[in-house]
Write a protein that binds this ligand. Structure first.
Ligand SMILES: Nc1ncnc2c1ncn2[C@@H]1O[C@H](COP(=O)(O)OP(=O)(O)OP(=O)(O)O)[C@@H](O)[C@H]1O
Ligand SMILES: [Mg+2]
Length: 299
């Protein structure tokens, strides 16, 4: 079992309550003073002390020593709080293997109470530099003073809400199942990343499906993906047909955003170039962009 799941199993109700208080007070303190933690919890202070020591050992919180003693959550602390909420609400039953460490997330497989395989994506913001965050996450630029905690939660909320809207209008995206804080649970797409998928049967039709998803996103939801490439597309064979699912949406921008036009152009150019190079599919990028924006009805 992975470290996160093992750590989760060691916790009891009391520990989650202590973590939740620290999380809440972190909107006011970088390190929450121990007196504040004690005051917020209706619990004997010896229990609080035991719990804090345990959480610190498990690296779910970090202690600050100095002129005052205080604690802050670590990413793993935030992870277990999110897991707890997802489990309590019946969205998730078990956490499986870690599938990957992305630039801005850790992705795990998981199981629902009904036994369906799902993806649990924990957003990580601040793993790279702030400049990098701003480059792909335009919403971060509008909130330069936010903490890693607020930005990670915002990324989770944005990705979940975008997926909900996209799924509702029939775009090819994983079905969103729930979220808590920075953790988003979606259906598991049993597919291969486009860049790994070698011998497409019908490349033109796949490109058309991708462009149709971008059009639904733009016209019906009002957003631009903003980080599209052959790495954020999963190809699945359904009923003998290749279906390209577009994943990884937290950095989307609204179509009214000043960078929307440029990002849409980049997204379309990336996929068009990929299909041109690998499959010699000849397309007119300008026409694709006009189609995505709803300016023409056919391509
Ligand atoms: N719904 C899903 N079904 C199956 N695999 C998935 C799903 N979502 C994500 N993955 C896998 O996890 C990887 C990372 O996911 P995602 O692109 O959403 O996160 P990321 O933080 O942007 O990672 P990276 O920085 O590597 O792009 C994907 O490339 C894919 O292999
Ligand atoms: Mg990605």
């Amino acid at each position: 079992m992975v470290l996160l799941a093992l750590t989760y199993k060691k916790l009891m109700d009391r520990d989650f309550r202590v973590l939740a208080v620290i999380e809440k007070e972190m909107s006011k303190y970088e390190y929450v003073p121990i007196e504040v933690i004690e005051r917020r919890l209706r619990m004997p202070s010896s229990h609080v002390a035991m719990s804090l020591q345990k959480l610190n050992q498990l690296k779910l919180i970090r202690r600050r020593l100095g002129d005052y003693t205080g604690y802050r959550l670590t990413y793993m602390g935030l992870d277990v709080l999110a897991l707890h909420s997802l489990v309590e609400r019946g969205i998730l039953h078990a956490l499986g293997d870690k599938l990957g460490v992305g630039k801005e997330s850790d992705v795990y497989s998981g199981l629902t109470p009904g036994g369906e395989r799902v993806i649990v994506k924990f957003h990580r913001v601040g793993r790279t530099s702030f400049q990098k965050i701003v480059r792909v996450r335009h919403y971060a630029a509008e909130r330069p003073y936010s903490s890693w905690l607020q930005l990670a939660k915002l990324a989770g909320q944005r990705e979940f809400r975008a997926l909900e809207e996209l799924y509702r209008v029939g775009a090819l995206v994983p079905k969103p199942l729930g979220y808590s804080r920075h953790a988003v649970v979606t259906e598991y797409i049993e597919g291969v990343e486009l860049y790994m998928y070698k011998d497409a049967m019908e490349p033109e039709s796949m490109l058309k499906d991708i462009i149709d998803t971008l059009r639904k996103a733009y016209v019906e939801v009002g957003i631009v993906h903003g980080d599209l490439s052959e790495y954020n597309i999963l190809v699945v064979i359904e009923d003998d047909k290749e279906r390209p699912y577009i994943i990884d949406w937290p950095q989307y921008v609204e179509k009214e955003h000043p960078s929307a036009e440029q990002l849409l152009r980049r997204d379309v150019e990336y996929v068009a170039r990929f299909f041109r190079k690998r499959y010699r599919v000849d397309v007119d990028t300008e026409e694709l962009i006009r189609y995505v924006k709803g300016e023409i009805e056919h391509i």
